[in-house]
Design a protein around this ligand. Structure first.
Ligand code: AMP
Ligand code: MN
Ligand code: MN
Ligand code: MN
Length: 284
């Protein structure tokens, strides 16, 4: 498939912190002109069967997907996995272990928010949760908007849910090495998600890309809903420098919250190797 392709290889359903079902996402992707799609729920592959079936029903080409939470140099990094075998037990076990800490973290977040006068946040967040194993900061953010504490989810993250703020609980996720291995050993390609979002020094970023490659990682998101056009240019250069394939994805979560809709983003720069070229035999 060509580099100039409306591929959207990053989005979320109710199986993690999105608000649409896999079927609703498939229909929306199709309506928006997406040609190749992947559902990439956080630390979960529970929506993969439904997504693949919905893609087939819509006449969309599909790659399996997930977005794994990783801790690297004391920062949370997201690694997208594409085109793996969703029935591989190594992937399922790794993701299950990664999800395991979320419940206790959520209770601690709620306790901290109570200390600044916001009561019942755990129960409030749970109302938005589609998957009991996947309670995330996004669900807390929706509750704080509902109760009028903040006007939108962006404000909730700025005031409460980021490092140093009263509802932020540091958490240790999977290692970079494990996440890349779960993906590659189940036949997929590992991709560094939205690299411009991390607060790394140049040395730390260099270490991330170097170690990611050494573990077998092969791709980086260049065009994403999280990047400005200048950031896309910058990471196109990084992709070339490290010999990585380029990926493209909206990171769509919700019609009311996401500023980038499914498939509505610039094409990949033509001179890069698109990640779907590495995955030609994994496309369903
Ligand atoms: P968690 O995995 O529970 O730490 O939640 C991470 C999720 O929170 C991300 O995948 C985004 O969906 C959301 N998120 C993180 N930062 C922001 C932000 N500044 N504004 C809105 N949503 C955010
Ligand atoms: Mn999310
Ligand atoms: Mn992410
Ligand atoms: Mn995402």
């Amino acid at each position: 498939m060509p580099a100039i392709l409306n591929a959207d290889l990053h989005c979320h359903s109710v199986v993690s912190d999105g608000t649409l079902t896999p079927e609703e996402l498939a229909a929306r992707a199709k309506a928006n002109g997406v040609e190749l799609w992947a559902l990439t729920d956080h630390d979960e592959i529970g929506g993969q069967r439904r997504a693949a079936a919905a893609a087939r029903a819509q006449g969309l080409k599909y790659l399996t997907g997930t977005e794994i939470s990783v801790t690297f140099a004391d920062e949370t990094v997201h690694i997208v996995g594409l085109g793996f075998d969703a029935d591989d037990p190594r992937m399922a076990e790794g993701l299950s272990a990664t999800r395991g800490g979320r419940e206790a973290r959520a209770r601690e977040m709620s306790d901290q928010l109570a200390q600044v006068g916001i009561k019942g946040a755990y129960e409030g967040a749970l109302k938005y949760v589609g998957n009991p194993e996947l309670i995330s900061r996004t669900h807390f953010a929706r509750f704080l908007v509902e109760t009028g504490v903040c006007k939108d989810t962006g404000e909730v993250f700025r005031r409460y849910l980021t490092d140093g703020k009263p509802g932020y609980v540091p958490h240790r996720w999977a290692s970079l090495r494990d996440a890349v291995h779960w993906i590659t050993r189940s036949g997929g390609v590992a991709v560094i998600a939205h690299p411009a979002r991390y607060r790394f020094t140049p040395n730390e970023e260099y270490a991330l890309f170097t170690e990611f490659k050494a573990h077998g990682g092969r791709g980086v998101e260049v065009v994403t809903g999280s990047h400005t056009s200048a950031e896309a240019v910058r990471y196109a250069e990084t992709a070339r420098e490290f010999g990585l394939a380029a990926s493209r994805g909206s990171d769509f979560h919700c019609p009311d919250e996401s500023h980038t809709d499914l498939g509505q983003l610039p094409y990949l720069p033509g001179e890069l190797t698109p990640v779907w070229e590495l995955l030609a035999d994994r496309i369903q």
